[in-house]
Design a protein around this ligand. Structure first.
Ligand code: CA
Ligand code: CA
Length: 309
């Protein structure tokens, strides 16, 4: 991984402090305080991004007051959040959710961008991005195409919905989000094929600063130790996997790192707040019983933060 901006700042700050420690004590203390504040400001989060598989998200979940309250608390944690497993063909649940988030404000706080309904048969899901209008806007989006009528190729059950965001308050300003909720039994092939999406998105979006995120089903019985060698984004040095294999992203007894965040691009690497990529255990945070947590989802969100400009 490339040195982060804060690491650069820390090393240069140390150099300055050594020079001034030789002078009088009072200015030195002041200077240390100023430097501490400067270093702190460099790592202030400008933008918090989350990815949450809300198991079978639809009308019955959003219309359950207890579940809805918890979902709202979780979503409000993020400036941009990817919601997966959206089972809402007519967008009625999404509409209810946005009304809950925005209240009756004339200037809504949140907006969303949503994919088509995706799936090979009658079972369909959407990818949904909800974002704060004061922090981010959508520059562009497209559905990745994996169909080849001549070869019969059809890699993804739910093709990534590629979205370019503009977030002027971050050091990086522009970046691409690529979601994936893989089909569990095809997880290895789909995660490997994210490399093809990477090549496509680099060309179409004219940027290699890409965050791949979502429930990849990237652990336990779906992706085993020997499978990783055949996943190009894992073996290539151009990508950093920010959620480690030993993290548990599941509510309940299983211990699997299904949900992941992977980044590419030198500018994006230096824009990540160090150690900010993690799982958000909402059951522990909100002191819920396992039953209450499972009523929301069988997954925890994963998240990361980008540094402010
Ligand atoms: Ca497909
Ligand atoms: Ca678990």
């Amino acid at each position: 991984m490339l040195p982060t901006k804060s690491q650069f700042s820390l090393s240069s700050a140390t150099g300055i402090r050594k020079t001034h420690q030789e002078s009088r004590s009072t200015p030195s203390k002041m200077l240390r305080l100023v430097i501490a504040l400067m270093v702190a400001s460099c790592t202030v989060s400008a933008l918090k991004i989350g990815a949450f598989n809300i198991q079978a998200f639809g009308d019955s979940k959003i219309n359950n007051p207890e579940v809805c309250t918890i979902i709202m608390k979780i979503l409000q944690r993020y400036d941009i959040v990817l919601i997966q497993e959206v089972r809402d063909a007519d967008l009625s649940a999404v509409t209810t959710m946005m009304t809950e988030l925005n209240g009756d404000l004339s200037e809504p706080t949140y907006s969303y961008v949503v994919s088509d309904t995706l799936g090979r048969d009658t079972y369909k899901e959407r990818y949904l991005f909800v974002y704060r209008n004061d922090k981010a806007s959508v520059h562009d989006s497209y559905h990745y195409h994996d169909h080849n009528m001549y070869t019969g190729e059809d890699t993804f059950s739910r093709e990534p919905f590629v979205v370019t965001f503009h977030a002027p308050g971050t050091v990086i300003k522009d970046f691409v989000l690529v979601p994936l909720h893989s089909a569990p039994k095809a997880a290895v092939q789909e995660i490997d094929a994210l490399y093809d999406v990477y090549v496509d998105a680099c060309e179409k979006c004219q940027s290699d600063n890409i965050i791949f995120l979502g429930d990849f089903n990237a652990d336990c019985s779906y992706v085993t130790t020997s499978d990783w060698d055949s996943i190009r984004m894992y073996s290539s040095g151009d990508f950093t996997w920010l959620i480690a294999d030993d993290i548990d992203t599941t509510v309940g007894k299983s211990n699997c790192a299904y949900d992941r965040i992977v980044i590419s691009g030198a500018d994006l690497h230096s824009a990540i707040v160090p150690d900010s990529a993690k799982v958000f255990n909402f059951q522990a945070k909100y002191k819920l019983t396992q039953e209450q947590a499972l009523a929301v989802s069988d997954h925890y969100p994963v998240e990361l933060e980008l540094m402010s400009a």
